[in-house]
Design a protein around this ligand. Structure first.
Ligand code: PHE
Length: 334
């Protein structure tokens, strides 16, 4: 019978098709607007009345069957085509590796050095009160650092800490000496960006309080630190300085690594200042009830040390998120 032949031919055609576009021609041949099965379905009226239901049913069933076979074959061809395209010999896609920020890398290195000397790490808030940032640190009411031009004040009277020194007070309020802590973190000062200034920077505070800590402990500790960071041959100088919260105070300078201490456009004098330090002011210890103790404190600028160590001539590079700049630190191992 005609429908049986049609079924047989359609199946053969579908089996033979190896491309999706061939399959589409098969569909058109049988099921298209002028396809052979469509023609039969359209001409059912020409058959004797009593034969029409059976022919109609059979033709519709065949239409569903052919449609299903076409669908199945299409899926099969699509899947096998996907396999053909999968070239297993291609090299894998390269994952791009990020790097830690240079200030993070260096902070971690500095933290490790002090931890190996028995210091532990504590953190303090970036939003501070005047009390912790100035008053408790023995800073007079008329000290220029308190000026609006130097400190970012919030509407409620609090401020963005100008140094990490408030952590000294917060720590001594909670823990009684003897103690040895360092505190890394971000600080803020009213400064416009230029090659050597930034309104934000990273400091690491150090504090060692015990029964008889002396200035020579301070010098020894910091000299060891500069040697570990800049190499054994580095010359470290301690010059007199002034901070309201230390007495006596010192500035720590190192021999300029750019000119080996001969004097150049970076250092002028052959020396570069890297940190401020001193013996904790007796007033501070007295106010906290620790008169029987002595201690030393220091605050070092991580940005400054990073610029010297990695030979960077513009502090703004740390804050611009320039991928090319940051990628250079990919290879520095922690
Ligand atoms: N807080 C000081 C500064 O920001 C540095 C410092 C810390 C000095 C501790 C002495 C002792 O410049």
């Amino acid at each position: 019978m005609k429908l049986d032949d049609l079924k047989k031919n359609a199946k053969e055609d579908i089996n033979k098709a190896t491309l999706i576009k061939e399959l589409e021609s098969v569909r058109i041949k049988y099921l298209g607007r002028k396809g052979s099965l469509t023609n039969i379905l359209h001409s059912i009226g020409d058959f004797p009345k009593e034969d029409r239901p059976l022919i109609g049913q059979t033709a519709n069933k065949l239409k569903r069957e052919i449609t299903n076979l076409l669908e199945e074959k299409k899926k099969y061809l699509e899947e096998s085509r996907a396999l053909e395209w999968e070239d297993l010999s291609l090299p894998g896609r390269k994952t791009s590796k990020g790097s830690l920020h240079p200030l993070t890398i260096l902070s971690q290195e500095i933290i490790d050095i002090f931890m190996s000397m028995g210091f532990s790490v504590v953190r303090g808030p970036e939003i501070e009160t005047e009390y912790y940032n100035f008053n408790a640190l023995n800073t007079p009411e008329d000290h220029p650092a308190r000026d609006l031009h130097d400190t970012f004040y919030l509407k409620d009277g609090r401020l963005l800490r100008t140094h990490t020194s408030p952590v000294q007070i917060r720590t001594l309020e909670k823990h009684s000496p003897p103690l040895r802590i360092i505190s890394p973190g971000r600080c803020y000062r009213v400064d416009t960006f230029d090659p050597t200034h930034s309104p934000t920077f990273v400091q690491i505070e150090g504090l060692w309080v015990d029964y008889d800590v002396s200035m020579s402990d301070l010098f020894g500790t910091l000299e060891l630190f500069t040697k570990k960071i800049f190499g054994e041959g580095i010359r470290t100088e301690f010059l007199p300085g002034y901070f309201p919260f230390t007495e006596p105070s010192a500035e720590v300078w190192i021999q300029c690594p750019f000119c080996d201490g001969k004097g150049c456009s970076v250092c002028h004098s052959g020396l570069i200042e890297i940190l401020g330090a001193g013996m904790v002011h007796p007033n501070i210890l007295k106010n906290l009830g620790y008169s029987e103790f002595t201690g030393f404190a220091f605050g070092l600028g991580v940005d400054r040390i990073a610029m010297i160590k990695y030979n960077i001539n513009d502090i703004r590079l740390f804050y611009q998120n320039d991928i090319q700049f940051l990628n250079q630190f990919n290879e520095i191992k922690l």
